[in-house]
Design a binder for this molecule. Structure first.
Ligand SMILES: CSC[C@H]1O[C@H](OP(=O)(O)O)[C@H](O)[C@@H]1O
Length: 375
């Protein structure tokens, strides 16, 4: 059984004394009824695990892609021999690795973390000198970056939790604490740490200041009922599972102080792509006078995109919808995996560097915030 609470692990990554990396991931298609770690042995295995949503979650997708590349390049199979045997090996090695990185980005398009991670990796490899002992040097740098991403995500999650809890408690310090609503899964099963939006709930719970958290089922893939409910129960939080259609009535009858959701891509103006259903939840929250926060590490920010109209929205196979809908198997479906919440519906963006609120003109300056808070 996976460890309790925020020790819940989405993956196991190890490097042996010979520098050979190994990776296994918790198969989220089997949760909550079965806990099984499955090995990832090459980039094709990483691509498939991401595409099939055996593992999912914007930050975790990027981490598994880089770790999968590290495993591929350190395997005892053909890779190292292929690389070593390449003529003019430095540039050929780099091109070989860039091809694998490009392949990994085709697995899922909406979460910016994956493409951001590949840009980071390419910058690292580009800076390596041709005189370096090619294969070992480049591969070692990729393994090290994978380890860095794991540690960074864990620390980012803790910081997001603290900033989010501090901000919410500054306005909503009821006797029993804060009442939250969330959608999809943004916890330890979407990250390498204790989560982004669910990390805020964990921090409030840790402080004894979480009165309640409602999680939406999040049809059609049911990340909420299968994954977030599982994490909430493991953590011992006061959680309630609701159907997506119940959000408005829940807020009216049981009350909520804030919705806190995750993100797959936050644009320069604050428009945010997230699990489909988030936009509707934001509209309901505004109508009900409930605050609406996006919890997003800097790795999910896309300041090169001015607004959400240009975000590529992944469409998932109709079967994922038909299976859970008990509908006729030949029924035409529209199954976008995400939607885009306009910035006007968002109260603030909780990051590891602080909470970004709107300027006096009512807009978000994500670029200015990143510039001000980038180390
Ligand atoms: C840590 S936020 C992750 C973000 O990714 C999820 O999408 P999916 O389950 O399809 O990978 C969802 O949009 C979450 O908010």
């Amino acid at each position: 059984m996976a460890a309790k609470g925020n020790n819940l692990r989405s993956l196991i990554f190890e490097v042996d004394d010979d520098g050979k990396a190994s990776l296994s991931v918790l198969d989220q298609l089997l949760l909550p009824h079965e806990t099984k770690f499955v090995p990832i042995e090459n980039v094709e295995g990483a691509w498939d695990a991401i595409r099939s949503m055996r593992i999912r979650g914007a930050p975790l997708i990027a981490i598994v892609a880089v770790l999968g590349l590290a495993v591929d390049l350190t395997s005892n199979g053909t890779t190292i021999r292929d690389l070593a045997g390449l003529a003019n090996s430095f540039s050929a090695t780099r091109e070989y690795i860039y091809d694998k990185m490009a392949y990994l980005t085709t697995s899922r398009p909406t979460a910016v973390n994956l493409s951001n991670a590949m840009v980071e990796l390419r910058d690292i490899v580009e800076k390596m000198s041709p005189e370096a002992p090619v294969t070992r040097e480049i591969v070692g740098a990729i393994v090290d970056h994978g380890r860095h991403m794991l540690a960074r995500d864990v620390s980012d999650n803790v910081a997001i939790g603290r900033h989010g809890a501090d901000d919410l408690l500054s306005r909503h310090d009821r006797p029993d604490g804060v009442r939250l609503v969330t959608i999809c899964n943004t916890g330890s099963l979407a990250t390498a740490g204790w989560g982004t939006a669910l990390g805020v709930a964990r921090e409030l719970h840790r402080r004894g200041r979480l009165e309640s958290i409602a999680c939406l089922e999040t049809r059609p893939y049911n990340q909420g009922s299968r994954l977030t409910a599982y994490e909430i129960r493991e953590e011992g939080m006061n959680g309630t599972l609701i159907c997506d259609s119940m959000a408005a009535f829940y807020m009216r009858r049981r009350g909520a102080d804030a919705c806190v959701v995750g993100a797959d891509r936050v644009c320069a103006n604050g428009d945010t792509a997230n699990k489909v259903g988030t936009y509707a939840l934001a509209i309901i929250a505004r109508e009900m006078g409930v605050e609406f926060f996006v919890a997003s590490p800097f790795t999910t920010l896309d300041v090169d995109l001015s607004c959400g109209d240009d975000i590529e929205i992944e469409e998932r196979p109709p079967g994922e919808m038909l299976e859970s809908a008990c509908a006729p198997k030949d029924m035409p479906c529209w199954n976008p995996g995400f939607d885009v919440t306009p910035a006007e519906y968002i109260t603030g963006i909780i990051t590891e560097r602080g909470v970004l609120k709107k300027s006096s003109d009512g807009t978000f300056d994500v670029i200015g915030f990143v510039r001000e808070h980038s180390s």
